[in-house]
Design a protein around this ligand. Structure first.
Ligand code: 13P
Ligand code: SF4
Length: 308
C-alpha cells in the first residue's frame, strides 16, 4: 500500500493533477487528496483549480459538476460506474414530461434540483442546491411560485419544514440514508442517554425526528466541532464520515446508526473508487468526463446557484 500511495503522489506531481475527494471516500483516499469536502465545497474548489487535471474521487454527478464549472480542465473519475441512486431516480425525459404536465395544468413553478442529479436534469432546472445551501436558495424562489423539488423526497420534506414553503416532491431517495433503522437508533439512545444524534437531511422523517441535529455534511462537521467536552455522537450518515470526524475531533466517540438491511452504511457507488483505480486513472488519463451538449445550460444553473 505504501508503494501504491507513493506511485499516486509521483503521478500527481508528474501529471500536474489535483485530487478532490468527497468525505464519503475511504480514509486512505481522503488522506491523499488536495481538498476534501462535501459536494458544495468540492464544486467551489473545482473552480479554483489551476492544474491541468482534476481527479475527482466521488460519484459521477460530482465529477460532471467539476467539469461544468471548470471546462478547460481534464476531469477524471477513477470509476465511471460510480453513480448515485438519487440521480438514477430522476431521468431527464421523465422530469421533462412531468414539468410539461404541470405547465399544461396552469401551475406556475420553479424547479429546484438537488445536486445529486444528472447534467440533463440540471439543464431542466431553475436552481441547483446542495445540502449546504438549499435553505438559502429556496429563499430566492419568488413567493408567488410553487416549488417542484427533485429528486430527494426526504430532503424536500425537510426543506418544507425548515422554510415553510410547500413543495411538489419527486419520489426519489438515497439508498444509504433511507435505510437507517429507527428501532436501533432508539435502542442506542437508551444506551447513550447523553449522546447527541446527528443526521443528514436525506434521512427519512422517522430518523430526523429523533435527531438533535439535522444538517448537511459540512454543517454536521461544524456542529460536532462545537462540542468541547468528550461526547458520544450517534451518527446517521455515510460511514466514511466517521473517519473525517474522528481525525478532526478525536476527543469524541462516534457510534454509527445501523441500517435495517446492511450494518455498514457505506455508499456502494463511492466505494467503487479504490487506490488502484486512482493510480490507474492517473496513468491512463482516463476515464474522463467528456463535455456533453447539456453541460452548457446546466453550467449556467450551477453558476447562478453555487457561485453567486
Ligand atoms: P453532501 O452534499 O452533504 O456532500 O452530500 C452528498 C451526498 O451524496 C449525500 O449522500
Ligand atoms: Fe447518492 Fe446516497 Fe451514495 Fe450520496 S450516499 S452518492 S446520495 S447513493
Amino acid at each position: 500500500m505504501a508503494d501504491l500511495v507513493q506511485q499516486i503522489l509521483d503521478l500527481k506531481k508528474r501529471k500536474n493533477a489535483v485530487i478532490l475527494a468527497h468525505y464519503y471516500q475511504e480514509g486512505e483516499i481522503q488522506d491523499l487528496a488536495d481538498v476534501t469536502g462535501d459536494s458544495l465545497k468540492l464544486a467551489r474548489a473545482a473552480t479554483q483549480v489551476d492544474a491541468d487535471i482534476i481527479v475527482f474521487c466521488g460519484v459521477h454527478f460530482m465529477a460532471e459538476t467539476a467539469k461544468m464549472l471548470n471546462p478547460a480542465k481534464k476531469v477524471l473519475l477513477p470509476d465511471l460506474q460510480a453513480g448515485c441512486s438519487l440521480a438514477e431516480s430522476c431521468p431527464a425525459n421523465k422530469l421533462d414530461r412531468y414539468q410539461q404536465m404541470l405547465r399544461e395544468n396552469g401551475r406556475k413553478f420553479q424547479t429546484v434540483t438537488y445536486i445529486n442529479s444528472t447534467a440533463a436534469v440540471k439543464a431542466l432546472s431553475d436552481w441547483v442546491v446542495t445540502s449546504g445551501n438549499a435553505e438559502d436558495i429556496i429563499k430566492r424562489v419568488p413567493e408567488g411560485m410553487e416549488i417542484l423539488f427533485v429528486p430527494d423526497r426526504h430532503l424536500g420534506q425537510y426543506l418544507e419544514e425548515a422554510t415553510g414553503r410547500k413543495m411538489i416532491l419527486w419520489n426519489g431517495s438515497c439508498m444509504v440514508h433511507e435505510i437507517f433503522s429507527v428501532g436501533d437508533l432508539l435502542a442506542m439512545k437508551k444506551r447513550y442517554p447523553h449522546g447527541v444524534t446527528v443526521a443528514h437531511p436525506e434521512c427519512p422523517a422517522n430518523i430526523r425526528e429523533h435527531s438533535e441535529f439535522v444538517g448537511g455534511t459540512e454543517a454536521m462537521i461544524r456542529h460536532v466541532g462545537s462540542f468541547k467536552e468528550p461526547t458520544d455522537f450517534l451518527v446517521a450518515t455515510e460511514a466514511n464520515m466517521m473517519w473525517q470526524l474522528q481525525s478532526k475531533f478525536p476527543q469524541h466517540r462516534y457510534h454509527p446508526v445501523p441500517g435495517i438491511s446492511c450494518a455498514c452504511n457505506k455508499c456502494p457507488h463511492m466505494a467503487l473508487n479504490t487506490l488502484e483505480k486512482l493510480r490507474d486513472c492517473l496513468v491512463n488519463e482516463a476515464p474522463e468526463i467528456e463535455w456533453q451538449p447539456d453541460f452548457e445550460t446546466a453550467r449556467g444553473v450551477l453558476e447562478r446557484s453555487l457561485l453567486k
